[in-house]
Design a protein around this ligand. Structure first.
Ligand SMILES: [Zn+2]
Length: 235
């Protein structure tokens, strides 16, 4: 769709269409859709459910450019901002992995990959800043090769794409939302690991955590969510 047509007339986007695009089709540095057209001014991604656990058959009317390669290139920007969001159900019998750190808890994330809500939303923030498809499109849950995958793989690929597009991370601010457990004892480890994965100084990474005041699934220890905002700077 045209860069400025953020209206209800946006092209219907079907997840199953994107899911059919295997990661291998995106992994070539020369063929990644949108990588040569990164400087689109607007980027809207569907967030029907936590990627990459979304059903590949889910259809949404929220506009997503189903063919990023056709987007019209525009002038490179000195800065690009991206936002990521993710949510996972918490279920007994699964490990709770946050930022690559195993946080002791009686519940964990049921997901196709390791269910790392923080790393997933950081990936989406970086991809969003670059104007690229979201994590669910690049690493579709229909592909068995991502089953049980360590989410650091997704981070490393998003960082590779970022450098390939000519950007570095300026700073990153993330907020985790969960009722339990307390994250304060783990924040520094999470921050250090995320910084290492991103290849940046820990001083540009900020991790915050909030409860959900016992309201709704987040507040009832039945889910965990995260938001991330990232600023990319042209090299
Ligand atoms: Zn996720």
């Amino acid at each position: 769709m045209a860069a400025s047509s953020l209206t209800t007339s946006s092209v219907l986007f079907t997840r199953s269409t994107a899911a059919r695009k295997s990661f291998s089709s995106y992994s070539s540095s020369s063929s990644f859709p949108g990588i040569n057209s990164v400087p689109r001014k607007f980027n809207i991604r569907a967030t029907t459910s936590p990627a990459p656990t979304v059903s590949p058959t889910t259809t949404t009317s929220v506009g997503v450019d189903a063919s990023p390669a056709s987007a019209t290139p525009s002038k490179p920007l000195p800065f690009r901002v991206g936002h990521g969001f993710d949510l996972h159900r918490l279920e007994p019998g699964y490990p709770l992995i946050i930022g690559g750190i195993n946080v002791p808890h009686e519940r964990g994330c049921e997901a196709h990959s390791d269910g790392d809500v923080l790393l997933h939303c950081v990936v989406d923030a970086i991809l969003g800043a670059l104007g690229l498809p979201d994590i669910g499109q690049i690493f579709p849950d229909s592909d068995p090769k991502w089953k049980g995958c360590d989410s650091s793989v997704f981070i490393k690929e998003s960082v590779r794409l970022m450098h390939e597009a000519g950007y570095d991370i300026g700073n990153l601010d993330a907020t985790l939302i969960l009722q339990r457990p307390k994250l304060s004892p783990h924040k520094e480890a999470i921050k250090a690991n995320l910084s290492a994965l991103l290849g940046v100084d820990p001083s540009v990474v900020n991790i915050k955590a909030k409860t959900h005041e016992k309201v709704d699934s987040l507040g009832e220890n039945r889910s965990i969510a995260a938001h991330t905002v990232v600023l990319l700077m042209k090299k």
